[in-house]
Design a protein around this ligand. Structure first.
Ligand code: ADP
Length: 492
């Protein structure tokens, strides 16, 4: 019997401590699922200023204070705090790498007021990557696998293959790099390179340089022992097209045999209307009528009139170009002629804030928007909406469409990436939602039109809801795939 593995999961956001998107959901849930196996897994993330010490039950780690983290232009010191995540079955230890000058701010990557990237993001995440490796040595906990996620962790595989290559502590350590979104690459000017203290030859096209910049995502892609991304479809897309590969498609393609797609799962202890603590009325497939109570509560909260026969179309999203809301901009007036109400929760780019505010002003009986980040409201929208819209340009996996299935909230999605992998169009047997292929406003409207027509057939709609609610995207299957990958690497 092979021995259990030690796995360190490294992420810049982890639910419930810090979140801007799906990465946090994954980082909170996947480690718990893995911990349910025989393996030991721990998580490490930055200690942001927004993390409340008392609420998050952060404890000092006396042994892990004042640790030198070599980096340019000057070394920094790190200390570590500790807490845990638990679903009441297992408990996963979470370490928080602390340096108040770099991370003692409320934003994760951008300044909350100016919405601009912090100008020292290079130093912040160089510190994080190098700090993680220094801290483990001090802790004396030797990982078989370091599982890195997205650009903020991309330098770790590069350090392991260079600076720590001959370090006996990391002799057996292998790295996995998961790409949750190829478009966010952590690119910095050449002047960033000396701060990494990586060997000079890495500032080349075979190393961490891309298009004249230092590229942290590329570092992960080039140096990790294995690469994964969060759906099979996206794994293909990012190595075959410029549009999805965002300029690094060749880099991914060169590592084709080391790339795999493992679909994200859902933590159904959090995202299931039968147990959801954040919605007014719980329901399940046997008590579907109760969903109407959540719809009433949602509309009352947002100040829209309630009518059982008018479907509510929900949106919860980062408001970024990726998410496809320019299609709504194009077709707003046509959309508003349809028999529906639109409920939007999101934050992001100003042009989308403007768009949705304008829509609300123009159609106050039909549109309600909350331009903020609000987890409670996200749950209420999942429960209280009849349909959920994700017209994404591209979507590595997407979680809200999968959550929507369990809430009996029928997804209307563009057939791309994980959206295409997780939703079956009703035109086939056992369908769960409505899909459109072309990235075009008219095609989106057609899909919404098909959904509205289906909504009028109450019996058919209920059957559709039940189809979706019966789908199981729990983490177990995907966690097993990650474990198999870890096992495979640790034998190499
Ligand atoms: P992405 O990671 O690209 O943002 P995903 O669909 O994978 O997209 O995950 C988005 C996650 O973030 C979901 O859990 C969603 O509920 C949450 N989310 C996005 N925007 C908001 C918001 N404004 N308020 C609360 N939760 C949000």
């Amino acid at each position: 019997m092979a021995r259990p593995l030690n796995i360190l999961f490294v992420s810049s956001e982890v639910e419930p401590f810090a979140k801007t998107g799906g990465l946090a959901d994954v980082s909170g849930a996947l480690p718990q699922s893995i911990k349910g196996s025989e393996h030991e897994i721990r998580v490490i993330m930055p200690r942001y200023g927004s993390i409340n010490e008392r609420k998050s039950k952060l404890h000092e780690m006396i042994r892990l204070k004042e640790i030198d983290v070599p980096m340019g232009p000057k070394a920094r010191t790190a200390s570590v705090k500790s807490s845990f995540i638990t679903n009441n079955t297992v408990k996963v230890q979470v370490y928080f790498l602390d340096n108040p000058a770099l991370f003692g701010r409320s934003g994760l990557y951008i300044h909350p007021d100016t919405k601009k990237d912090y100008p020292d993001n290079d130093e912040r995440f160089i510190f994080f990557c190098r700090g993680v490796l220094e801290v483990l040595k001090k802790l004396g906990w030797q990982p078989d696998i370091i599982h890195c996620n997205d650009w903020p962790t991309g330098l770790i595989p590069a350090y392991l293959k260079t600076v720590y290559r001959d370090d006996p502590f990391y002799k057996e350590t292998r790295s996995v790099f998961t790409v949750h979104n190829m478009a966010y690459q952590g690119t910095f000017p050449k002047s960033t390179f000396p701060k990494t203290l990586l060997p000079a030859e890495l500032m080349s096209v075979d190393g961490v340089e891309a298009y004249g910049h230092v590229n942290f995502l590329k570092a992960g892609l080039v140096f990790a022992d294995a690469i994964t991304t969060v759906s099979e479809r996206y794994a293909q897309e990012i190595r075959t097209t410029e549009e999805f590969g965002s300029g690094l498609q060749g880099v991914v393609n060169a590592r084709k045999s080391d790339v795999s797609g493992i679909l994200n799962g859902v933590d159904y202890s959090v995202w299931d209307p039968a147990v959801d603590q954040l919605i007014p009325v719980k329901y399940d497939p046997k008590s579907l009528d109760l969903k109407l109570e959540d719809k009433k509560a949602l509309l009352a909260k947002l100040g829209l009139p309630f009518d059982e026969h008018v479907p509510v179309l929900g949106i919860i999203s980062r408001l970024a170009d990726q998410k496809g809301f320019d299609l709504i901009g194009e077709e707003l007036d046509h959309l508003m002629k349809m028999n529906l109400q639109l409920v939007v929760l999101g934050t992001g780019e100003k042009k989308y804030h403007d768009l949705f505010e304008r829509a609300q002003r123009k159609y106050p009986q039909k549109v309600a928007v909350a331009l903020t980040f609000n987890n409670d409201l996200a749950h209420l929208i999942e429960a209280g909406s009849d349909m959920f819209l994700m017209p994404s340009r591209y979507e590595p996996c997407g979680l809200n469409q999968i959550y929507s299935l369990r809430y009996g909230t029928i997804p209307i999605v563009r057939a791309t990436g994980g959206l295409d992998d997780t939703i079956d169009d009703v035109s086939g047997t056992g369908g769960t939602g409505f899909k459109f292929k072309n990235y075009a406003g008219a095609d989106m409207l057609k899909a919404i039109g098909r959904a509205l027509a289906a909504f009028d057939d109450r019996a058919g709609w209920r059957k559709l809801m039940k189809n979706g609610m019966a789908k199981d995207f729990s983490w177990d299957a995907s966690a097993k795939k990650y474990i198999a990958l870890y096992r495979n690497l640790s034998h190499r």
